[in-house]
Design a protein. Structure first.
Length: 310
């Protein structure tokens, strides 16, 4: 493992903050941010290193050896960034999604659209099977975006443990949003309230579930990358293509529900043309923000290329 200085870990924490900000939005995956920022495979490798062998290493050789084996400095810097972002941005992003939804979704739509090109370029050999795999990924992700959320909001410890385990699997998959999975399960509101209220007990239960899911799923993803990298990249690219339906800025609300605060909120929505949107479509500003989001990924790619060439 290359020697890193403080500035390198600071940059990793910034990438973690970007991942955390994306994961708060129900439709954008932190895994996408990890991939386009160049840390995805290192993240999978580091998480996969947390196993029985590492525990034996901890017992026989001490904390320092085990910490090095799991790339602990990298994981710590990333977790600090993710946690800082989630705690500090949860309220702001909730407010923006409620009051400026079209503009928020437009920015992320542009960002995710550019991510498709970026991840697709990593596929080194295209053939009919790769295309079929990409199509399967797109269909699965699209289908997930059309599912209706559960109307009940459950905050029982066992439910939140399971929700954390399932959502974290989606969270590290580019294209499938862990926050959106929480919405589908009816757990998004309880989790957001737990963050706002600093409910340490519920957050600890959710976190434990996430750790269990993360350690299990990362090993599968790492194996797929090692043995079937092109096909894995193809299905991940498909996931992102299919997820675009969820973050399309203009929606028509089909059904409504009353939340726990007695406020009427959208329950089931479908994507529509901005020209069919009732009210101010904010089309010009939406296009500007989509272009900005798209440009952010292009700039990140150029920065990553220039850094790797030095």
């Amino acid at each position: 493992m290359q020697q890193r200085k403080f500035i390198h870990y600071f940059i990793i924490s910034l990438k973690g903050m970007a991942m955390g900000a994306a994961d708060v939005v129900p439709g954008v995956s932190g895994g996408t941010i990890a991939f386009i920022s160049g840390i995805y495979e290192e993240l999978l490798t580091s998480i996969s290193a947390v196993n029985i062998t590492t525990l034996k290493l901890l017992k026989n050789n001490g904390i320092k050896a085990a910490w090095k084996a799991i790339n602990g400095n990298f994981l710590l810097a990333l977790v600090i960034g993710i946690f800082t972002s989630i705690v500090s941005l949860a309220k702001l992003i909730s407010w923006l999604l409620e009051h400026k939804p079209i503009l928020v979704w437009s920015f992320f739509f542009g960002l995710v659209l550019a991510s498709i090109l970026y991840i697709g370029k990593q596929i080194t050999k295209w053939n009919s099977l790769v295309l079929v795999t990409l199509l399967i990924g797109a269909v699965i992700a699209y289908y997930i975006t059309t599912l209706q959320p559960l109307i009940s909001e459950n905050s029982s410890p066992l439910f939140l443990f399971l929700a954390g385990a399932i959502a974290i699997c989606a969270m590290i998959l580019p294209g499938i949003s862990g926050a959106f999975i929480l919405v589908l399960l009816g757990a998004y509101k309880p989790v957001l309230e737990a963050i706002h209220n600093r409910d340490i007990k519920l957050l600890a239960i959710l976190g434990f579930g996430a750790i269990v899911g993360l350690l299990s799923f990362s090993k599968l993803l790492k194996w797929l990358f090692n043995n079937y990298k092109n096909y894995t990249l193809a299905i991940l690219t498909g996931f992102i293509i299919g997820s675009l339906n969820k973050i399309w800025p203009w929606k028509e609300t089909l059904t409504w529900r009353v939340n726990s605060h007695g406020i009427k909120v959208p329950f089931n929505q479908q994507s529509i043309s901005p020209f069919s949107f009732e009210g101010d479509s904010q089309l010009a500003m939406a296009l500007v923000l989509a272009i900005i989001g798209f440009s952010v990924i292009i700039l990140l790619e150029k920065l990553a290329n220039s850094t790797s060439n030095k």
